[in-house]
Design a protein around this ligand. Structure first.
Ligand code: HEC
Ligand code: HEC
Length: 369
């Protein structure tokens, strides 16, 4: 009773800090103190998110690569395509449930959604602007933006900065929560018939024989399907291992030239495969990427940081082979110790795929029908 009442109250005021009870299977969303989420701020962020004028050729907005009606991804593109059709090295991740990530980008190079939001505008392979001048001109001069920014931040047009734009974008992203899947109703909602038998067997394999949950974590009261850590699972780097010393030098040179890390890794396929190493320089981080959530994963093919695997079945086969796409191919010395050949049979592979298909939010399934 009380929680229902407070929930109605808090929707009226703010989504903030600990407030809004999240969807089934997900913990509450926490906004940073300096940027509480409000309906008006998230609505302003939504408008900014889909404004393609904020790109070099006026052709690309955040929503071009993170399309709201396409689970905030740009599938079936393998890697994303920016302003003036510049192709980048990485696959655009879905932004659903991005509020729970403790670092951002596939290599975790950005600490907060607020810090991340300003970077695509000036990244060469994304929106391609030189600086923020043209964006600030638009939001300062257009009445609808001026009014909305004033209502949200109480700032006059002249006082607006890129930080205000970033805060609104971050608030919008934080409000894109999608839990309440068949799995959540089975695991956390007491509905024992919500999963098929195949999906239930798949979950057993996911937790035990497959060792998947050692990285794609499942908790007692909620499940994010990520440990927020970085691991090498054998994507991209296996074929490049002899070139790593050379790539490491090229990386150091690009950094010394003052090129931003986003441009360095997004403009070059080989440097992109270095993964977390480009951020922290540790040998153990070579080819390591942040564990992505598996929620709603059946909606965002193709998979992995380079979009190199087309289907969920292909992903499971890669793991079943011990971190290589073709059984018997060479792994690299940096492969995570948690990745080993699994010897799953065809039925078990199908069960794991069926389980991952149960992770789609009911709301998104309904929206697609
Ligand atoms: C050209 C396509 C493209 C555009 C335009 C684009 N993104 Fe992305 N976005 C990507 C790709 C690719 C990545 C992964 C980059 C990486 O891992 O290095 C990404 C990553 C992200 C992430 C990190 C998610 C996480 O936690 O890992 C966020 C947040 C994000 N984008 C938000 C935005 C916002 C906000 C905008 C508009 C200001 C935007 N993106 C514009 C392609 C795009
Ligand atoms: C050692 C940690 C680890 C283990 C164990 C692991 N994963 Fe992953 N998983 C990752 C990482 C890291 C990535 C991202 C790799 C990349 O982008 O190159 C990933 C990516 C994926 C993806 C692609 C998601 C996307 O949005 O692109 C799927 C699906 C997946 N894993 C399923 C599984 C399954 C099923 C298992 C068990 C058979 C498993 N994982 C075991 C760490 C792990």
């Amino acid at each position: 009773m009380t929680s229902h009442f407070t929930r109605i109250l808090s929707i009226g005021l703010l989504y903030t800090s600990s407030a809004l009870a999240a969807e089934l299977g997900l913990p509450p969303v926490v906004s940073p103190d300096h940027n509480p989420t409000t309906d008006a701020k998230a609505a302003l962020g939504a408008r900014l998110f889909s404004d393609s004028r904020f790109s070099a050729q006026g052709d690309v907005s955040c929503a071009s690569c993170h399309t709201p009606d396409n689970a905030f991804s740009d599938g079936p593109l393998q890697t994303s395509e920016g302003s003036a059709a510049v192709i980048s090295s990485r696959n655009a991740p879905s932004l659903l449930n991005v509020a729970y990530n403790t670092s951002h980008e596939r290599d975790g190079r950005t600490a907060s959604l607020e810090a991340q939001a300003a970077t695509p505008f000036i990244s060469h392979s994304q929106m391609g602007l030189q600086d923020y001048t043209s964006i600030l001109n638009i939001v300062r001069n257009e009445k609808a933006y001026r009014d909305a920014f004033y209502a949200v931040f109480s700032k006059t047009p002249a006082a607006l900065t890129i930080d205000d734009i970033s805060m609104a974008l971050a608030a919008y992203e934080r409000s894109q929560i999608a839990g309440d899947s068949a799995f959540d109703r089975w695991r956390f909602g007491g509905q024992s018939a919500a999963l098929t038998e195949s999906q239930q067997r798949g979950f057993e394999i996911f937790m035990n024989e497959g060792n998947c949950a050692s990285c794609h974590s499942v908790g007692k009261d909620s499940a994010l399907f990520t440990d927020q850590q970085f691991h090498n699972v054998g994507i991209g780097i296996n074929a490049l291992q002899r070139k790593v010393p050379q790539l490491s030098k090229a990386l150091a040179t690009a950094k010394a030239d003052g090129e931003g890390l986003a441009d360095v890794v997004l403009n070059d396929d080989s440097l992109s495969h270095l993964g977390r190493y480009a951020v922290d320089g540790k040998d153990s981080s070579i080819g390591a990427f942040r564990t992505p959530t598996l929620r709603n994963v059946s909606l965002s093919a193709p998979y992995m940081h380079d979009g190199s695997i087309d289907t969920l079945r292909g992903v499971v086969i890669h793991y079943n082979n011990g971190g290589v796409n073709i059984a018997g191919n060479r792994t690299s010395p940096w492969l995570s110790k948690q990745i080993k050949p699994l010897n799953l049979n065809d039925q078990q592979i199908d069960d794991l795929v069926a389980f991952m298909e149960s992770l789609t939010s009911t709301r998104l399934i309904t929206a697609q029908q």
